[in-house]
Design a protein. Structure first.
Length: 109
């Protein structure tokens, strides 16, 4: 069975990193509802959804796909170009250890 790691929407999502779009207010309740729907759709398509511990102080932490590249034999923990996002990887690495060997991209990578 496929496993999909997810993480709850941070209440601080309005402070998320932006690089290519102008900042607009984000409706946290709506984002949370949409994220819950995303999880339900993953389950409907045969995935077992595993929610990683929430990181409410990290605005971008729900974007778990940015934190690791997962292959059959190993999970590579990425190193964000944004210093504010680097702490997001610790919880993801702990969760992935149940499924894969872990390797990390260290500075300056």
């Amino acid at each position: 069975m496929l496993v999909a790691l997810t993480r709850a929407v941070s209440p601080r999502i309005n402070e998320c990193e932006l690089t290519f779009v102008d900042r607009e207010p984000i409706d946290v309740a709506r984002a949370t509802a949409q994220h819950n729907d995303y999880e339900r759709r993953l389950e409907a398509h045969g995935c077992r959804v595993v929610r990683v511990e929430p990181e409410p102080s990290m605005p971008d932490s729900m974007f778990v796909e940015d934190t690791a590249v997962v292959l059959d034999e190993v999970a590579v923990i990425t190193r964000s170009g944004s210093a504010s996002r680097r702490a997001e990887t610790d919880g993801i690495a702990r969760a992935l250890l149940r499924y894969r060997a872990i390797r990390r991209i260290d500075a300056p990578g």
